[in-house]
Design a protein. Sequence first.
Length: 486
Amino acid sequence: MSNKQSDIGLIGLAVMGENLVLNMESKGFSVSVYNRTAAVTEKFADGRAKGKNIISTKTLEDFVGSLAHPRKAMIMVKAGAPVDAVIDQLVPLLEQGDIIIDGGNSLWTDTQRREKDLKKKGLRYVGAGVSGGEEGALNGPSIMPGGSEEAWKSVGPIFRKIAAIVEGEPCCRHMGPDGAGHYVKMIHNGIEYGDMQLICEAYAILKTAINPSAEEFHQIFAEWNKGELNSYLIDITEQIFTKQDEETGKPLVDLILDKAGQKGTGKWTVGNAVEHAVVLSTVNAAVEARILSSMKDKRVAASKILPTVEVKPFAGDRQQFINDVRDALYASKIVSYAQGLDLLATAGKFYNWNLNFGDIATIWRGGCIIRAAFLNRIKEAYEANPNLENLMLAPFFTEVFVKSQAGWRRAICAAVERGVAVPAFTASLGYYDSYRSACLPANLLQAQRDFFGAHTYERLDKPAGEFFHTNWTGQGGATASTTYTA
Ligand code: 6PG
């Protein structure tokens, strides 16, 4: 081992770790690496790291000893217990002021706990969400770091240098204290779930109604990618339709089993939305769609029992229909982002994170999985009004609904008529229609609650805060109406 001290060290040489190391090195940083299985480190040292400014170490002692002060040790291992295990091993080797960075998809409450514990030991902790997969890690991810300001001062210059760049601006900004970075990354992933499901529903409607060939699908998505839907996920979808299976010569997508996996960040997002009483219906629909997809055997059995609908052959204007589905996708996507940002705002207030939505939209424009042209519009919306109540109310987005809502509704009707499940499209439209309704049927619901549980209700024609109870049956001795004042 040389005496040279590295700018940063990375523990965990799986796909993301390896590529982040190479990215850091390519930007002029010296990097030390350690992996629990020494053979992995050796393979990396003799392969992709060969001849590069990368120090391979065999023990954690050597690893820590090879780092310049204050030491920056980045962990890229599986979220959960493995992160705690590495921290426990690192802590006795570190000194006051050293920094541990967790770049995995950790649960933000774990990050809060770890930050608090390590602070007591004089160590700094950065929970950094890193998005962009293998390619992003190597060429420029979007990085969402949380932690103290001083920790950010030390790691920020490295992260901003290795992050993706959009219009000269690195896709990395300090998100806020303790778990803020991992929380923002979790919301990113929730939104990613929503985006992916919405694209899949667009595909399902088109397939059932007009049955485009793989080549036509490729063209449809290529066309959409030129407009307001321009994004990484539309781009890869376009490419997926061009891939042929080598064995059969058929489009590969048609041979893939329709059972979706999920590692957990989507479920965390939905669970936290429920805790904060924030509606996250699009992402929720996306998570549930993955769950339903995974029940393949049950679905196959049910498909033989439950009645289907008579599918009418499509008789309309094909291009108009494709445009309707595009509009449905765009409008639903806006709703999903509005919900995700609402949850961010609520959690941000709850934890005193002081989140900056302009910053978040800025760093999601490049490097990450949800990168999309329309994030520029979100950035502009929050720059124009940092206290925006709901993204749908930003003039630009309201105008999109004006233009797209007719097509959005037609596309959903076409899906419903044909028995195509479009849970994320309908959840989005349901939210839109509820949010824009001055009156909802909750008057009846309140009456029901009061009827069976004497839960009381307020009245439209009386001041807010004055509560009423009615004896709905006229039985039981109570008089007709009793007034309670809060
Ligand atoms: C990213 C991705 C990344 C990972 C997801 C996949 O931002 O780079 O979100 O974190 O691909 O965790 O999650 P699922 O396995 O749950 O789809």
